[in-house]
Structures are given as structure tokens and as C-alpha cells.
Design a binder for this molecule. Structure first.
Ligand code: 1CP
Length: 343
């Protein structure tokens, strides 16, 4: 069925001719073709219209030549489906006018029927799979419960998410009720993405690294573990908890097929922590794509040498920055594609 299944074979631990490559947030503002649609349609309109979501999802496949498509959507469609108003403010980011602050506020959130409230996502996936026509696999995704709680409580982006942490520390019972509701919703949501055609799914715990190791286990990983357990026999699962390198061993033990790592840990050390039985994904510093192209080519080689052959998906250590020139993104992808390990 798939003409290029490098990503899926790598996630299953199989040997491949070369390392697969994609970039987190690869459908986005660094692409002029995305900016054209961004001028015309609101953010959630782009997410909720399957034809637009499909068009945007395919852009990096056609323009940059990545080995996988990732659904164009956002992690915040889940809090929205659970009953919270979510706005995206131009150049500022997400804004939730009525965040969760107390146990009383939980009456405003529910575990929705995802087939109803998020039907547009599954329609988009069906359309994307048709348009991809087997060229590359499609990655579905969701936010990790802790990262979603950050926005649901803090109400906007933050460097520290201090109000979200304070909520967990001062109202632990309410926090865990909310985390469990997000978990239950996310399991149904990702199952339905796989049913609709997603070939693999990634859980984004972008703010996992704000928690120390004990809190990460208690507040984040125990919920991620439930999600992985519910999905891992349906499709390969990738867990990306940015900054949570201290728990790579525990994350590997969830049974996930792949673990994302950022650029603040050496590949050799990440491998030592995670063990040999799992695929690692990353870990190019996104800002390094602003270097001259020959530097990008050299640094990509160094990254691939450090990871060694097999069990590695080349990616950035976090999302691509909006000011990256398209030819630099393409140089990153081409450098991976042209590299061969000495076997
Ligand atoms: O056009 C615009 O200005 C909107 C920018 C934008 C885009 C392109 C947002 C708002 N979301 C997205 C798409 C998106 N978001 C994808 C698409 C698929 C892809 O190409 O990768 C994905 C996977 C996400 C996931 C997402 N949204 C995360 C997890 C990944 C990460 O980067 O850490 C997070 C934390 C969000 C929240 C969010 N949505 C948008 C922004 C600007 C943010 C980050 C805000 C913050 O820093 O707190």
C-alpha cells in the first residue's frame, strides 16, 4: 500500500535502507503556500475544513520532500471539544478566556463523544489518506494530558506554566480528575484517528520538561502510560516529552515504539537511558536551520553519525521556527536522504 514506509518500518525496529526524516510543525508559517491560506482563513477554520487541513498537510510533502505527513490540526482542539472556548490570537498564540481554576469549573468540561465533536478531524484524515495515495505515511497526534492541562488552567502560553503547576500542587484531587478526563478523551480521539487512517500517532508533551522527575511521573507519565497502553497494539506510538530526558527509561517502559528527544541531550546518552529496544526521534536544534546551508549539511551528518544506523528518525528537537528559509528546511531533509551509514 505505502510506497515509502521507512518511518513505520523504523518504528517497528526493522532495518531500512536509510534514516527517515520529517520535521515537527512542518506544516506552518515558514511555507509561503501556508501563509497564503493563513491570510484567507482563520486558524480553526483551517483545522475544521477537511479540504484546507488536507491541502496544508500535503504542502511539506510536496515542497520539502519529508518522509511522512503530519495531520494539520492543533493539540487545543481537544480542550475545545471538552467544552472550553479556545481562541488563537494573531502573533500571540492560544488564549482561553475562561480557564479552569477550581473544582467548580470542572462542571464546564466533559468527556465528549469524539466522533461527534471532532468528526472534522477524521474527515480530514480520510481525505488526506486519499490524496497522499500511499506516497508517505500519515502521523496523527494529540497533546499529552499535562500539556493540555497547562493551557486549560493557565489560559495561555507561558514560560513556566506556574498557575498550572500551582493548580496541581494546591488542588491535586481536582487536577487528577481533569487529567483523567483529558486522558479518556485522548484515548478515544487517537483511536478514532487510527480508525480513520492515521498510520502512527505522536503524543506531544511539550511542557513535560517543566516538571521534575517525580512530578513528571505523577502528573504526566502515568496518564501517557494509559494512552500508550490503549493504542500500542493498534498503531506505532511516538512519545515526545520535551526536556524530560531524565525519564527516557520510564517512557521506554510504557511500550511506546518511539521517543522524541530535544537537542539538549547527546544521542549516545539518550540511547543509554532509553535502551536498545526503541526508536529515537530527533534531535536537531530548530534554530540551527538558520545556519548557512553547508553548516546544516555538516551538522546533519554529525547527528546521523551520533545516532548510528537504525532505530532513528531524523527530526528537529522541537517545532520548526517560522523564520527558517524553505531552502534550509529542504537542505535538512535532503542531507538526511543523501546520507548513508558505513555498515
Ligand atoms: O498560523 C499560525 O499562526 C498558527 C500557528 C500554529 C500552527 C501552524 C498553531 C497555533 N498550531 C499549528 C499547527 C500545529 N500545532 C501542528 C500541525 C502539524 C505540524 O505540522 O506539526 C501541531 C502538531 C501542533 C501541536 C501543538 N500546538 C503543540 C505541540 C507541539 C509543540 O510545538 O510543542 C503545542 C504546544 C501547540 C499549542 C500552540 N498552537 C499554536 C501555537 C502558536 C502554539 C504554541 C503556543 C505556546 O508556545 O504556548
Amino acid at each position: 500500500m505505502l510506497k515509502n514506509d521507512l518511518l513505520l518500518r523504523t518504528l517497528r525496529g526493522e532495518k531500512t535502507e536509510r534514516t527517515p526524516v520529517w520535521m515537527m510543525r512542518q506544516a506552518g508559517r515558514y511555507l509561503p503556500q501556508y501563509m497564503v491560506l493563513r491570510e484567507k482563513y482563520g486558524f480553526f477554520e483551517r483545522c475544521q475544513t477537511p479540504e484546507l487541513a488536507c491541502q496544508i498537510t500535503l504542502q511539506p510533502v510536496d515542497i520539502v520532500g519529508v518522509d511522512a505527513a503530519i495531520l494539520f490540526s492543533d493539540i487545543l482542539v481537544v480542550p475545545q471539544a471538552m467544552g472550553l472556548e479556545v481562541q488563537l490570537i494573531e502573533s500571540k498564540g492560544p488564549f482561553l478566556p475562561n480557564p479552569i481554576k477550581t473544582a467548580n469549573d470542572l462542571s464546564r468540561v466533559r468527556v465528549p463523544d469524539v466522533h461527534e465533536s471532532l468528526a472534522y478531524v477524521f474527515d480530514a484524515i480520510t481525505l488526506i489518506k486519499k490524496e497522499l495515495n500511499g506516497r508517505v505515511p500519515l502521523i496523527g497526534f494529540a497533546g499529552a494530558p499535562w500539556t493540555l492541562l497547562c493551557y486549560m488552567v493557565q489560559g495561555k502560553g507561558s514560560k513556566t506554566f506556574d498557575e498550572a503547576k500551582a493548580f496541581c500542587y494546591t488542588q491535586p484531587e481536582t487536577a487528577h480528575r481533569l487529567l483523567q478526563m483529558i486522558t479518556d478523551t485522548t484515548i478515544e480521539y487517537l483511536k478514532a484517528q487510527i480508525e480513520a487512517g492515521a498510520d502512527t500517532v505522536q503524543i506531544f508533551d511539550s511542557w513535560g520538561g517543566l516538571l521534575g522527575p517525580e512530578d513528571f511521573e505523577a502528573i504526566s507519565l502515568r496518564y501517557i502510560r494509559q494512552i500508550v497502553a490503549a493504542l500500542k497494539d493498534l498503531a506505532p506510538v511516538i512519545v515526545f516529552a520535551k526536556g524530560a530526558w531524565h525519564s527516557l527509561d520510564a517512557m521506554a517502559a510504557t511500550g511506546a515504539h518511539g521517543l522524541g528527544i530535544d537537542w539538549c541531550i547527546k544521542p549516545q546518552l539518550a540511547r543509554q537511558f532509553a535502551g536498545n529496544g526503541i526508536t529515537l526521534q530527533g534531535n536537531f536544534d530548530p534554530a540551527k536551520l538558520l545556519s548557512p546551508i553547508p553548516v546544516i549539511e555538516k551538522e546533519v551528518k554529525a547527528m546521523l553519525d551520533a545516532f548510528g544506523p537504525g532505530n532513528h528518525i531524523a527530526n528537529l528537537g522541537h517545532g520548526i521556527l517560522p523564520n527558517v528559509p524553505v531552502d534550509h528546511a529542504r537542505a535538512f531533509v535532503d542531507s538526511v536522504k543523501n546520507y548513508r551509514h558505513n555498515l
